[in-house]
Design a protein around this ligand. Structure first.
Ligand SMILES: Cc1cc2nc3c(=O)[nH]c(=O)nc-3n(C[C@H](O)[C@H](O)[C@H](O)COP(=O)(O)OP(=O)(O)OC[C@H]3O[C@@H](n4cnc5c(N)ncnc54)[C@H](O)[C@@H]3O)c2cc1C
Ligand SMILES: *[C@@H]1O[C@H](CO)[C@@H](O)[C@H](O)[C@H]1NC(C)=O
Length: 512
């Protein structure tokens, strides 16, 4: 064995790496690689003019709002987003407290402080609590089907409805109360659509629903905006690593490309941007959303992805959840109110309203979070998922304000209520570099597909290794759809490259 020390030559040249996408996964991968001296030749190509991706804080209402990621889910010691936020000093006293980290909520959002019906009545909060307990008991039961070869029904939605139908036979209340309970349940179904980022829980696979893992800790937010976190990672990278306004159009791989700067060296990958700019590479880490991968499946890779990989991308679920921020001059809620639930009377999880979206889209709104007061206004944050949410993106601000004014007048029972002063909403489905909100395990897919998506290319060992690596929220088997899942996936792929060169160096040393 050769002794390594003595000469002190340059660090091993670990090839050219291109990271596609400057969301938290891409930034995390780049930061990890930069901290390893071997990866001096690193580029991160970001399509837009900013980093953060679905972590996105925007100035509004005289302050800042997050139109993408909202909470650190499970802020405790095993959550890498929480750890980074601590490291960068971005959290408040309460969020950092040991007490906060120990709270277990099982992933269930808290109860509303106020529940309003479409006819302007206050819904009894005890009834809401009973319905909530029922809903989450059934939802937790879905874990029983984890890793089962066969499930009684394909989807979470069908399972919930099947169980409900049985339980309802024993409901003893009067008809009006039974009907109200179904309407409240409908709001919980719609809330779960927001959590899963899907149009309907009938699309979410029952067998894999339990794979999603929860961390302890009471979900917390960034008072100065989530993007503070991605900005800190961004500024930790050496200058010139990140190149903005570089939408990647085609990833050529399994080829042999050259670059002036490295005469005589062949690179298996060539990353081509819109406009024609080209970046040769040994390795490319792809972090664009599953929505973008689905949309560009047939054009993004040359040669095309292997059939099995392409099928996985088609099978996996990716839907829409949007936020609508609504600014009021005066609040119609009490000062201690934190969450307002909206219940549409006569709605039910068992009935699918087939009316035109134009007339019913707003019934998919689950309600509003009350944001901490701004300097001179009061702001609510509404959530809406699915096709109704995608339809909402197409409305003008005026149309949206007008529809919402009607909704607020109905639920407050005050036909004179002043409408919102202004609104701000996300449009994640139309966003060209996102094409939706986050992934879910769709019927026909499974947790295994997530691991398959994460497998690097090429599949065999005859060609240069690790040409295309896959990171991003949708590639994390147990934390998909979250910022911590995205960050961990970026680290995972950075480590895969680091290990490749470490083991090559080891093998060099072992040569006689
Ligand atoms: C409304 C909403 C609420 C959410 N709430 C939470 C929450 O409370 N807690 C939580 O943990 N998670 C939440 N999430 C999910 C979380 O935001 C994401 O899981 C995470 O930010 C994804 O990071 P990523 O790096 O995988 O992808 P992205 O952030 O999408 O990053 C991908 C990057 O690639 C770029 N890109 C795309 N195409 C190209 C191309 N062709 N060439 C070059 N660059 C390209 C994009 O511009 C983007 O910057 C929420 C998401 C949404 C939409
Ligand atoms: C990669 O190139 C090799 C050698 O030219 C070829 O045999 C193989 O089929 C190619 N793989 C793909 C996925 O195109």
């Amino acid at each position: 064995m050769e002794k390594g020390g003595g000469k002190g030559g340059p660090p091993p040249a670990n090839g050219l790496v291109v990271v596609v996408g400057g969301g938290i996964a891409g930034l995390g991968a780049a930061q990890r690689l930069c901290r390893n001296l071997g990866f001096r030749n690193l580029r991160l190509l970001e399509a837009s003019d900013r980093c953060g991706g679905r972590v996105c804080s925007q100035p509004a209402f005289g302050g800042l709002v997050d139109i993408g990621a909202h909470w650190i889910h499970g802020p405790s010691k095993n959550n890498p987003v929480f750890q980074l936020a601590l490291e960068y000093g971005l959290l408040g006293e309460k969020e950092m407290s040991e007490e906060n980290q120990l709270i277990e909520v099982g992933g269930h959002p808290g109860l509303p402080s106020l529940s309003l019906s479409s006819s302007g009545k206050n819904v009894n909060l005890k009834l809401v609590e009973d319905v909530s307990n029922l809903f989450y008991t059934l939802l937790d039961q879905t874990r029983e089907f984890l890793h089962m070869a066969e499930t009684p029904v394909p989807s979470v939605g069908e399972y919930l409805k099947k169980e409900l139908a049985q339980l309802m036979a024993d409901w003893t209340e009067d008809e009006a109360t039974k009907s109200l309970k179904l309407s409240i349940l409908n709001t919980f179904f719609n809330l779960e659509c927001c959590v899963s980022g899907c149009h309907s829980m009938d699309l979410v696979a029952l067998g894999s629903f339990g794979e999603y893992a929860m961390l302890p800790g009471l979900d917390c937010t960034f008072s100065e905006g989530y993007e503070g976190l991605t900005n800190c990672i961004m500024t930790s990278l050496p200058k010139n690593v990140i190149q903005f306004n570089k939408p990647v159009k085609i990833i050529h791989w399994n080829g042999s490309y050259t670059q002036e700067k490295f005469p005589g060296v062949k690179f298996p990958v060539l990353v081509e941007c819109e406009g024609g700019e080209q970046f040769p590479a040994n390795h490319v880490i792809v972090t664009m959303s599953l929505g973008v991968l689905k949309e560009q499946l047939t054009t993004l890779f040359d040669p095309p992805l292997p059939h099995s990989k392409a099928e996985v991308i088609k099978r996996m679920g990716f839907g829409t959840n949007n936020k609508i921020f609504v600014e009021f001059e005066e609040p119609f809620w009490e000062a201690d109110c934190q969450q307002i639930q909206v219940v549409w009377e006569d709605s039910s999880p068992f009935v699918d309203d087939k009316s035109e979206l134009e007339n019913i889209w707003f019934k998919k709104l689950i309600g509003f979070l009350v944001l901490p007061p701004f300097e001179s206004s009061y702001v609510l944050c509404g959530f809406i998922a699915g096709l109704e949410s995608e339809y909402m993106e197409t409305l003008s601000d005026e149309e949206l304000i007008s529809s919402l004014t009607q909704v607020f007048r109905r639920i407050t029972g005050n036909p004179q209520l002043s409408g919102p002063r202004s609104i701000l909403r996300s449009k994640w489905h139309s966003a060209p570099y996102t094409r939706g909100s986050y992934s879910y395990v769709a019927v026909g897919s499974s947790g295994e597909d997530i691991d398959l998506l994460a497998q690097p290319l090429p599949e065999d060992s005859s060609a240069p290794q690790l040409q295309i690596l896959f990171a991003g929220e949708a590639t994390h088997r147990t934390y998909y759809s979250t910022t911590h899942g995205a960050l961990l996936s970026g680290w995972r792929e950075a480590d895969r490259l680091i290990n490749l060169y470490d083991s090559e160096a080891q093998q060099q040393k072992l040569k006689p």
